[in-house]
Design a protein around this ligand. Structure first.
Ligand code: FES
Length: 159
């Protein structure tokens, strides 16, 4: 607090010394600079977010299930490489897909709706195609990151 406040003058006037008349003297150039800087910051943030979240996390080959463990139309949650929550889906007799379980909108965990063959995010009604991970509806901006799945003998392997 400043010692310069008088009893009749509120403290905020000395702490925020911009007069109301000066507040409205924003120049066109200053306003344009502010908008330009905001747009650059938003574009930079979007690019960084895009780089971080669209590329699958690489890691070693990991056995995540055994053949026959999942019925056709069923799903299983697993962690890959060790900590990231993922979802394995058996779409058909010999067709498996695996995705990150984190929604590309605000990272809510998604789940598989076997009846509709869609991956659903319940937070804001986001829907993804279970075959491709593409966004079908809702606010998610990008497809779900997909992981390579191979079947070797009796093992289902991601990586
Ligand atoms: S977090 Fe998935 S739709 Fe919003």
């Amino acid at each position: 607090m400043s010692d310069q406040t008088t009893p009749s003058e509120p403290a905020w006037k000395t702490q925020y010394p911009i007069r109301q008349t000066a507040e409205h003297k924003t120049s066109r150039r200053g306003f344009t600079k502010l908008i330009g800087a905001s747009l650059l910051a938003a574009a930079g943030g979007y690019l960084i977010k895009d780089k971080l979240f669209t590329h699958p996390i690489s890691g070693p080959k990991t056995v995540v299930a055994k053949v026959g463990e999942l019925e056709v139309g069923a799903s299983k949650l697993f962690k890959y490489p060790e900590t990231q929550p993922c979802i394995l889906i058996r779409l058909a007799e010999n067709e498996y897909v695996a995705y990150s379980q984190a929604c590309t909108h605000l990272m809510c965990p998604v789940h598989y709706d076997g009846a509709k063959q869609q991956i659903v995010c319940p937070c804001h009604s986001g829907y993804f195609d279970a075959k491709t991970g593409a966004v079908l509806a809702g606010p998610p901006p990008r497809p779900l990151p997909r992981y390579k799945v191979t079947v070797e003998g009796e093992q289902i392997i991601v990586g």
